[in-house]
Design a binder for this molecule. Structure first.
Ligand SMILES: Nc1ncnc2c1ncn2[C@@H]1O[C@H](COP(=O)(O)OP(=O)(O)OP(=O)(O)O)[C@@H](O)[C@H]1O
Ligand SMILES: [Mg+2]
Length: 293
């Protein structure tokens, strides 16, 4: 999808931006709660490059590769269309590995949240029903899904799933197949233990039950300023749920979730300031900017 030399050059640009704190030269296609998606080549991007947290070495990278492969296979065998995703490595001088998930860069207008913003809300829209059906097919104790509208694109009228960089696979005992320490490394160290203990189990539960996945999708509509679509999503969800979702429950959930992520992001920003200004060390992660809640 992208020559090695070009990927190494992109990685060098990311490292440079991290070292200087000057991120404005990077071509940014999208931001999630965790990661930033870069476009390559600049100007007319064909590839979306999702940088993963740095891996301490080859073994950790290979373990991630294996879990990612199984996650893609699990979603596809549940009948979801998942965007073509290629995992690549850039080995740094100190032996650490920058991992990138490469995907075809899709036009912004094809992303589901953008598509919904462009048309008047209507119940019974096939795409809305498709989100609900996809969640119902894929989600279970072993396989999780983050079905929020920004994680889908519309390709030829069908939904294509994009958000695979955090593979949500659980073992029989409920523990995560993905080493949570990799992603916890993006947090200030003081926070890692409490997040591992109190936040991760909740996130894991949220993405492994159809009802809570759909509750999350609905709550996220508010964050995306798509609240006008809430009745259509509630209707589609409640056709399938034994215990229906209500608008009040969705609003309460949104408020709680927004607080969690906002606190987490402001602590990460504070940590970045501390590392750069006081410790005079480069901060290793690109932080999402300008998320409105
Ligand atoms: N292939 C793509 N082409 C264009 N834009 C994309 C593509 N993939 C993702 N995006 C945009 O970037 C945003 C963030 O991507 P993604 O959902 O993969 O990251 P994330 O939510 O941070 O993921 P994770 O939860 O795994 O860290 C998406 O919501 C979407 O708007
Ligand atoms: Mg996402």
């Amino acid at each position: 999808m992208m020559p090695d030399a070009a990927l190494r050059a992109l990685d060098a640009e990311v490292e440079e931006a991290l070292a200087s704190g000057e991120e404005s030269a990077l071509s940014i296609l999208g931001v999630g709660e965790i990661s930033v998606v870069l476009g390559w080549p600049q100007g007319a991007p064909r590839v979306a490059a999702k940088r993963l947290p740095l891996f301490p070495g080859r073994a950790a990278f290979d373990a991630y590769a294996e879990v990612l492969g199984r996650y893609l296979a699990a979603l596809r065998s549940a009948g979801l269309s998942v965007i073509e995703t290629e995992l690549r490595a850039v080995v740094h001088d100190d032996g650490r590995i920058a991992g990138y998930c490469l995907q075809p860069a899709l036009p912004a207008e094809s992303l589901l949240h953008r598509r919904l913003r462009a048309v008047a809300p209507s119940s019974g829209l096939p795409l809305v029903r498709e989100v609900v059906e996809a969640a119902q097919r894929a989600v279970g104790e072993r396989v999780g899904l983050d079905a929020q509208v920004a994680n889908w694109a519309v390709d030829d009228g069908r939904l294509l799933y994009l958000d695979v960089t955090t593979p949500l696979l659980s073992r029989e005992d409920g523990s995560s197949e993905l080493d949570p320490n990799l992603f916890l490394a993006a947090l200030p160290w003081l926070l890692r233990a409490p997040v591992r203990r109190f936040v991760l189990p909740g996130l894991r539960r949220r993405y492994h039950q159809v009802r809570s996945v759909l509750l999350d999708v609905c709550a996220n509509l508010i964050k995306e300023r798509l609240e006008a679509w809430l009745p259509a999503f509630l209707e589609a969800a409640n056709e399938r749920l034994a215990s229906p979702l209500g608008a009040d429950e969705v609003r309460r959930d949104y408020a709680r979730d927004a607080r969690t992520w906002a606190t987490m992001l402001s602590l990460r920003r504070a940590d970045r300031w501390w590392q750069r200004t006081v410790r005079r060390r480069p901060y290793r992660f690109l932080l999402p900017r300008g998320i409105t809640r």
